[in-house]
Design a protein around this ligand. Structure first.
Ligand SMILES: [Zn+2]
Length: 129
């Protein structure tokens, strides 16, 4: 399965025009973590925009390959929005005070909605191949 996921990662990076990123894929036998008020996190992307490097970690335990692929697409879509995310963090950092705590939840919700919509579009493409 890891080889198929790696191929899917390469395809997504090409579709999104992110081939210049070095992305490490880690599949993990964890069930995901949840924060209060949030859905369990089944994937995570850690990145350095300056280095164009990212690590995508995906929970695999008890999940179908289709679900895992959807999580992979979700995390790559977050990478697509990395410049916006960096811009937000830079801007709230300059605003100081309560800006980050006030705006972070709104920002996270907006980014998750955008990522979900992007993945929906990619899912549509994938169902045709
Ligand atoms: Zn997300």
């Amino acid at each position: 399965m890891l080889k198929r996921l790696q191929r899917e990662l390469d395809r997504l990076l090409e579709v999104f025009g992110l081939q210049h990123w070095a992305v490490v894929l880690v599949t993990d036998d964890f069930e995901g973590v949840s924060a209060p008020g949030r859905l369990p996190q089944l994937g995570h992307v850690k990145r350095s925009s300056d280095a164009l490097w990212a690590e995508i970690r995906i929970a695999t335990k008890g999940r179908s390959e289709s679900e895992i692929r959807d999580t992979l697409a979700h995390e790559v879509a977050h990478l697509l929005l990395a410049d916006l995310d960096d811009l937000f963090k830079d801007a709230v950092g300059k605003l100081g005070g309560q800006a980050e705590s006030v705006l972070e939840d709104v920002w996270v919700r907006c980014e998750e909605q955008a990522v979900t919509r992007i993945v929906r579009v990619i899912g549509g493409f994938r169902s045709g191949d």
